[in-house]
Design a protein around this ligand. Sequence first.
Ligand code: C2E
Ligand code: MG
Ligand code: MG
Length: 577
Amino acid sequence: MKLLLVEDNLEDADFLAASLRRHNVSDIELSHVTSLKDAVHQLRMQRFDVVLLDLHLPDGSGMECVDAIQAAEGSVPIVVLSGQDDEEFALSILNKGVQDYLVKWEGETRAILRAIRYAAERKRSELRLNYLAQYDSLTEIPNRQHFQEQLERATARARREGRKVALFFLDLDQFKVVNDTLGHDAGDNLLREMAVRLRRSIRAGDVLARLGGDEFAVLLEGLDGALETETLAKGILEVIAEPFYIDGREISVTTSIGITIYPNDNSNVTTLLKNADIAMYQAKEQGRNNFKFFTERMHAELVEYHRLEHEIRDAISGEMFNLVFQPKVNLVTRKLQGLEALLRWEHPERGAISPTEFIPVAEQSGHIIPLGHWVLEEVCRTLNRWQAANLPLVPVSINVSARQFQQPDFHRRVADVLRHQDVGPNLVELELTEGLLMEDTESAQNALQHLKDTGVRVSIDDFGTGHSCLNYLRRFPIDVLKIDRSFINDIDYCEDSQVIVEAIISLARSLRLNTVAEGVETRGQLNFLVERGCIVAQGFLFGQPLLAREVMPFLEDLIEDAPGFATARLPVSKKRA
Ligand code: C2E
Ligand code: MG
Ligand code: MG
């Protein structure tokens, strides 16, 4: 055991050396210095197991001495040598990096030795605990807490020096799959290997940490620019994409990286981590295995998101939404065939906000669940009112978002509302999007079957814009395909769109599904559709969405059975202010 004695009083030093000699203590090697300056120098030169420290030195006294030793070597145990008069002080600093104290002259050698050994032992367990609190036990790299501390320090340094810090937030793309299919041990091994590879692909001074689960973070200081950051990100993606060999199996995974730069993006440590996390999600959304910078624009989007999110909540409770109904016209009989309910939000300050703007926010925040439920109820209430007025009715279609459809009790809610409002299920059609049915085929299939069992009809909205796999069309009980507006829009001048629309119509026919063309605006588009045998269309050519009371005359028209909505209105569209 190597002891460093820091003591300017030579008598005291000799006493200690002599008593150790007297007891023939052979495993102790004693070095002696008389000032803090020399002690620091020694600590930098070699490793000591314990420092015996006098608190009255020529170049420092009291806590100063302890601080100087700790600054030079944080992991060495310190035993303070106190005189009888400052024993109380020695006692008071026991928890401040000092492991023990000895009152000079008092101790027997055996007691001195014991104190030295205990001090070493205590320091070891203290360091161990410290390590456990700072490091991830699986990968043995720093954990989230340690990372945050490092980040805090790095940003403070960067602030002083006017430099930048980059923060990478990594998330494995297929970790859940590995865990689920190969087991947790394989998952653990993969994470360990990940840590090794990441360590190798960053620079020596960079901090790599595991934040939890399959999330890692890298802290980079002293960057020259975005280009360097990008190069590093690309390097990491490449290294991770190479196959791993886990338990004799070859596993291929990819990762998504979100990058934020201090101080460009934000100045507070928690926000930095959050920003990097958001950027990481964007990277995932854009197809995984890539990286994405968090930019000011993203930040502004975020602020807007939160604002909308709050306002949607208020608007739901304040009943500030309403519905409009867009006519669907039968191109053969030229009559009103159905209506599509569309949400409208008249914001008290900002005016009308488009559903394309607020629906995604409502989806992400979960507000779409109560909002969607309100739409369903409102449509049924309206149908009920028309029914009570003895009007002939046409089916009303309702847009259903992914979150709603995925609610396990969605079909029950639909059935409840229908029953409660005394509306026949044949009067309601639910519009789902393609992506929804592709995501998880089996549970989607079940959910869809449950819905069909309630008696409502189901259509696929925006058909042609989602996945190209058409398999689900055969398996799923679907009634209608709605050809996306973008194809209809291009028909007049784009041959590809013509081919696609034609193909969808004939595909639907062979699967015995109806087609509805969305967004018909011109006579040319209408003629094309009629020629190709599309039966139903909707669009500004036939009319803008109408308020419920504005729809009533058109329903009344249906009673007379002539000339019908479409003949009466075609081709002039009724514009709403
Ligand atoms: P969507 O279901 O495809 O609805 C059709 C959209 O096309 C409506 O926009 C409608 O006003 C617009 N449109 C109709 N005819 C024409 C036309 O001839 N030309 C052009 N350029 N546009 C036309 P809106 O009302 O802005 O709704 C946008 C989207 O928001 C809807 O697309 C739908 O996905 C969603 N949405 C609307 N209401 C609801 C709702 O109650 N629940 C859910 N989940 N989504 C809704
Ligand atoms: Mg729709
Ligand atoms: Mg649509």
